[in-house]
Write a protein that binds this ligand. Structure first.
Ligand code: GLU
Length: 419
């Protein structure tokens, strides 16, 4: 029997959210059977020669949830808490996410259970190359295209691109996105998730008749998504009063200088020790009185036991799956406006799509083109989700899932079943 101490399972959350949206759509059982579950799962053993000479084995995964609307697409995560169920959940969310922003991809995710913070560059490179070789039959520009996720970056993508290309015998930049610019990466991809978060917050403020200038913001997680979102909000005149990372949390009720904080993080790897700020606990950050709360870390940050303490007006889910269904219900009853993950953080995969298109065409765009197109995609998706939320009187998360799942359902119905 489940107890309250059981670690929440992200895949259970993904299935529960699917059912809520499928019910609201009145989706027939046949279609549910076809689109709900991962299409393909690969589990691999990744032996790595560590710097001290001994061999250590890591467990890796690649899950393709859907290729109904196009090649499978999704990041690769390196984290000690990676499990198959987590990767299945993240792959499922990628499918609905790509459909919400209407880009021609399905969903996938990969991961390795490891602690990259305690590995050298050499160990990370050998692990990445061996993992790539293990998942090689699954990936490819027309099949499944990995990208960065938690604790992977453009360097990781460069190693994957190189390993894949060396095996095939010619350069294939389109096998991954989020690459360095010099290898066929797109301008603006690095900042794309945070920038997309920012655009959806702008849309939410407009909808709620709130001024972004002067609005107070708390950001949980200062990685790629959280730091860029914080920076753009700060530059737009919002007051970012608290920021945390996995090691600590800094707070100043008059607002933090985000440029200086990013500088410190780049230098020391931590936000802790930032001058003109006090240290607070992670639970305190989530409970701060603020206009906008940006959970930008991992899944299940806000649950039944801490949702009631949240005092934000808007929650912008830069992370994947930061709210558990029980938290959704509590926050909904408190009238908090939620920008759900598959909408809020879809800017990353949207610019991944732009990168893939540029690689396929061997023709590269200017940064401003990328930003303009991204803004259009994000704001259109926001409007589409909001319309369902208002017309069907369902929570924003259900509305986003209805949009995404509805598009996948339509595609599968037209394609029919093979054989
Ligand atoms: N890892 C990012 C996400 O969760 C980006 C995936 C991609 O660009 O394929 O959306």
């Amino acid at each position: 029997m489940l107890t309250t101490t059981t670690k929440p399972n992200a895949y259970d959350v993904a299935l529960e959210n699917f059912d809520a949206a499928a019910n609201a759509l009145g989706l027939d059982n046949d279609t549910r059977e076809m689109i709900k579950y991962p299409e393909r799962i690969l589990m691999v053993s990744v032996p790595v020669r560590m710097d001290d000479g001994h061999i250590r084995r890591f467990e890796g995964y690649r899950v393709q949830h859907s290729q109904v609307r196009g090649p499978a697409k999704g990041g690769i995560r390196y984290h000690p808490q990676v499990t198959l169920d987590e990767v299945k959940a993240l792959a499922t969310w990628m499918t609905w996410k790509c459909a919400v922003v209407n880009i021609p991809f399905g969903g996938a995710k990969g991961g390795i259970t490891c602690d990259p913070k305690h590995m050298s560059q050499g160990e990370l490179e050998r692990m990445t190359r061996r993992y790539t070789s293990a998942i090689l039959p699954l990936i490819g520009p027309e099949q499944d295209i990995p990208a960065p996720d938690v604790y992977t970056n453009s360097q990781t993508m460069a190693w994957i691109m190189d390993t894949y290309s060396m095996t095939k015998g010619y350069p294939i930049p389109g096998v991954v996105t989020g690459k360095p610019i010099s290898l066929g990466g797109s301008l603006g991809r690095n900042e794309a998730t945070g920038r997309g978060v920012f655009y959806t917050i702008q849309s939410a403020c407009e909808h709620l008749h709130m001024q972004l200038k002067g609005a107070t913001v708390a950001v949980q997680g200062f990685g790629n998504a959280g730091s860029v979102a914080a920076q753009l909000l700060y530059e737009a005149g919002a007051k970012v009063i608290a920021v945390s990372d996995s090691t600590g949390c800094v707070y100043n009720k008059h607002g933090l200088d985000i440029h200086n904080l990013m500088h410190l993080k780049a230098l020391t790897g931590k936000v802790e020790g930032f001058p003109e700020a006090e240290n607070i606990g992670p639970a305190e950050l989530l409970a701060l009185e603020c206009d906008i709360l940006v959970p930008a870390a991992l899944e299940n940050a806000i649950r039944a036991d801490n949702a009631d303490a949240v005092r934000a007006r808007i929650i912008a889910e830069a992370a994947n799956g930061p709210l558990m269904p029980a938290a959704d219900r509590i926050l909904e009853s408190k009238g908090v406006f939620i920008i759900p993950d598959i909408l809020c953080n879809a800017g990353g995969v949207t610019v991944s799509y732009f990168e893939w298109v540029q690689d396929e065409q061997h023709l590269f765009w200017e940064a401003q083109d990328v930003y303009n197109r991204l803004e259009r995609v994000m704001k259109t998706a926001f409007r589409d989700v909001l319309k369902i939320h208002e017309e069907r009187n369902v929570p924003m998360r259900t509305a986003a899932n209805m949009l995404g799942i509805g598009r996948v359902a339509e595609a599968v119905q037209i394609r029919g079943i093979y054989p």
